[in-house]
Design a protein around this ligand. Structure first.
Ligand SMILES: O=C(O)[C@H](O)[C@@H](O)[C@H](O)[C@H](O)COP(=O)(O)O
Length: 269
């Protein structure tokens, strides 16, 4: 049997022929968030049919939170494609290293927007540590989270199956807490500590690009004209060191999910 790049052998793609990014454009931010929520529910439900469980990696930020709020609304509609949220593993792409009850915590925002409403299994919700928890230093917290990921993998991998990994991007092209020309963008470890982050709060924990790119599907959800240049540069082959969003590529899919304003720098379709 001859194999060619992109063939699926025992669940792993031969070579590193990953599908190119695809782009979906919605008219405005609210339609985008709703469309992403509907797609996310469908994708997680499908993963549960195949695997019995599903896994999602959440992001912080405005549009990422708006997606979660729409997912919660969908979950409240009785006749919908349902996700068994007690069988969904929830991870984070990044987190602010602040006290657990700080409003800046992505975990706190996600619990308020979605997780508390859908009955997620606490044993399957995996927050990154806060600054007032077991670890005084973000480097120790990052190492612990990497161990959590490795333990959940069940084989010799570094991260478990991520069915969908959600990302926002910044105007300069950051994803998670990985900023241009930073130590994090060059760090090959699965989880890194970030100090002096240009986006406050300054101290964070983040998946590294290697862990992000281990996801089955990576969805970059982007709204607003302030991101249009970063989107255009990322999709036209920028150097990931200069623009980390350009270095994002899921194993089976990379989806750029944009509103018209964020797509404003792309060539006409
Ligand atoms: O913790 C964070 O701040 C986020 O993970 C960050 O990566 C965010 O997704 C982008 O900065 C986009 O944020 P907005 O959608 O609010 O612009």
């Amino acid at each position: 049997m001859s194999l060619s790049p992109g063939d699926d052998v025992a669940g792993r793609l031969v070579g590193d022929e990953r599908p190119p990014p695809d782009v979906v454009i919605e008219t405005d931010a609210d339609r985008l968030a709703r469309a992403v929520a509907q797609a996310l529910v469908a994708r997680l439900a499908a993963a549960q049919v195949v695997h019995g469980t599903a896994s999602v990696v959440l992001t912080g930020g405005g549009i990422g939170t708006a997606v979660l709020e729409h997912v919660a609304r969908l979950a409240a509609e009785p006749v919908r494609e349902t996700v068994d949220w007690a069988a969904v593993d929830v991870w984070w792409g990044d987190e602010r290293f602040v006290p657990a009850d700080d409003d800046e915590r992505n975990e706190k925002v996600a619990r308020q927007a979605l997780l508390d409403a859908v009955g997620a299994d606490p044993a399957r919700v995996h927050p990154m540590p806060p600054s007032d928890g077991d670890f005084a230093e973000p480097e120790d917290a990052a190492a612990w989270y990497a161990d959590q990921l490795a333990t959940a993998t069940g084989d010799d991998g570094q991260v478990p199956r991520f069915d969908v990994l959600l990302l926002g991007i910044g105007p300069e092209g950051h994803v998670a807490s990985i900023f241009p020309d930073s130590a994090a963008v060059r760090d090959e470890r699965p989880v890194v500590a970030v100090r002096d982050c240009p986006k406050p709060p300054p101290t964070r924990i983040s998946l590294g690009l290697a862990a992000i790119n281990a996801a089955e599907e990576v969805w970059l959800v982007v709204s607003g004209e302030g991101k249009a240049l970063a989107v255009a540069e990322a999709l036209s082959g920028a150097d990931p060191v200069d623009l980390p969003a350009a270095g994002v590529r899921g194993v089976r899919a990379t989806r750029w999910l944009l509103d018209r304003a964020a797509a404003g720098g792309l060539p006409p379709r």
